[in-house]
Design a protein around this ligand. Sequence first.
Ligand code: M6R
Length: 598
Amino acid sequence: MCGIIAYYGDELAAPILLEGLKRLEYRGYDSAGIVTIDSKSEFQIKKDIGKVLEIHERLNLMDLEGTTGIAHTRWATHGGVTRENAHPQISNNNKIAVIHNGIIENYKELKAKLISEGFQFSSETDTEVVPNLIEYWMRIRGLDFVHAVFNSFQSLEGNFALVVLDRDSKTIVGSKNGSPLVLGIGQNNDFFLASDIPAFLDKTKDVVYLYDGDTVIITGSSGAKRSYEILDFRTGNPVDRLIQSVSWDIEHAAKGEFDHFMLKEISEQVETIQSAASQDREKIQDIIQRIKKARGVFLIGCGSSFHACLSASYLFSKLASFHVNAVLASEFSAYEDFLKEDTLVIAVTQSGETIDVLDAIKTAKQKGCQIVSIVNVMGSSATQFADESLFLNVGPEVSVLSTKTYTAQLAVLTLLAFSLAGKYEEGLRRLKYLWNIVYNLTAESMRIRIKQLADELSSHDHIFVLGRGSLYATALEAALKIKEVSYIHAEAFAGGELKHGPISLIGKGTPCIVFVSKDTESKILSNAMEVKSRGGYLIGVGSHKIDTFDEFVKVPESEELNPISQIIPIQILSYQLAVILGHDPDRPRNLAKSVTVR
Ligand code: M6R
């Protein structure tokens, strides 16, 4: 995935675009670039490999002239990390600039056709075909810019969000087809296009959520003459979309006093778990009716979101005696034959843009299933496909790692489980009361305590994690958190599975984190003993210290809510490990915040 930001107005574009790029960097951080149109109607371009600020230090991205420009931060898919492959990509005649998020699947055929027409290519990207296709339709086939763009887009296969800048007509066109793009309407009749709202949140809160096919055309260089219209590139027909106001503040998208977004977002959980639990009661009841009426309920997600689904599947069963299937979205097609019109699919996704989740939703829709989405990003693709959506209400999550959105997903799913059991009020009360515990878990004293633990663990190559019941899902999530940000190999096992093989990995001093709850205590402690008696080093997470533990992190017993509270110290541990080992916790290597490739 990549980040896109465009500006069209009266202010200098470069500072706005640079700020936007910094806020979008979680989407890709191997190269970045900006192009503006200067007073002589020429392109001014700067791009390079590296993180946005590194590039800015080398090239000074602020001194580009002009009040119109587009910018991009890249997460490489087609073509390595090189300056040539960085965006913007420019047409052969140097008149069309393009930035792109997504994949153009048929780019090889298009490229071959363009080469046969005499076009030359300087990058290995799929994107470079787009500006050249537009040039082809304009220069060789005589179309105006907008028609050339529409013809070009109609020939593209795959998922994309594309923003095109035409030097001569000073027009920006942005189009969404499977990858996110949102239009911002500024106070001075100026316009923004971006992959995500925080990119321009300091400038405006008025946004238009775009749907697949929507193509925004922004023209009219100055003041009142500037305007936009939205057409569907597939049909050419105008599309009417509402301007909506977002409730997020710019503070949500800034680090504030924290060194990293990851720590800020972990700390925010005192409030975010509560805001996630504050759902519209009627909507919850509507979803409960859908669940009750359904013959077969699937909870689907990827990564942390899948762990939230798995955790909830235990809760639905224990609390409400209701069976749901928690399935990895990327494996969902294997269940296609079980989907009927009365099947309900609940898609859990922070971004609402994960391609594996969207593919699964589309499969389910084709079979006539009902779709409910549990999403953080309003207006995202998952919400556009869903019959009903619940929002996490936790503001933007900037760090690549899911932390506050994971516990928010658990809070929403927990509320659903309680409601399904006819205990909505109790669920809500218990979730609201949890702030007491979360407050202590995110306090400075806990961070200091966990830092000591991280100092001990940072020299290890492997860390194992054990849990039972819903805390098995917590163990999976803990292992994911540790490995994705510290790069230490971490692996989770259901306590009972240890003796079926993994125990052979335990040797003298092997660290093993054990999640303990009241209902799993006796069994998980026997598993812990099995580790201990083979020399393992036990780190217990639970309500009271047991002699067997070498280290202990106290988390008060919260019964059904344990998965929400017990993960928090391990989120902090993962963060501390990354810092000690010199890794950037917000931008772990090889990862992107939302995965829009298969
Ligand atoms: O946006 P989504 O919730 O659909 O994203 C799913 C996963 O890509 C995500 O949870 C990923 O595993 C994170 N890196 C976890 O920290």
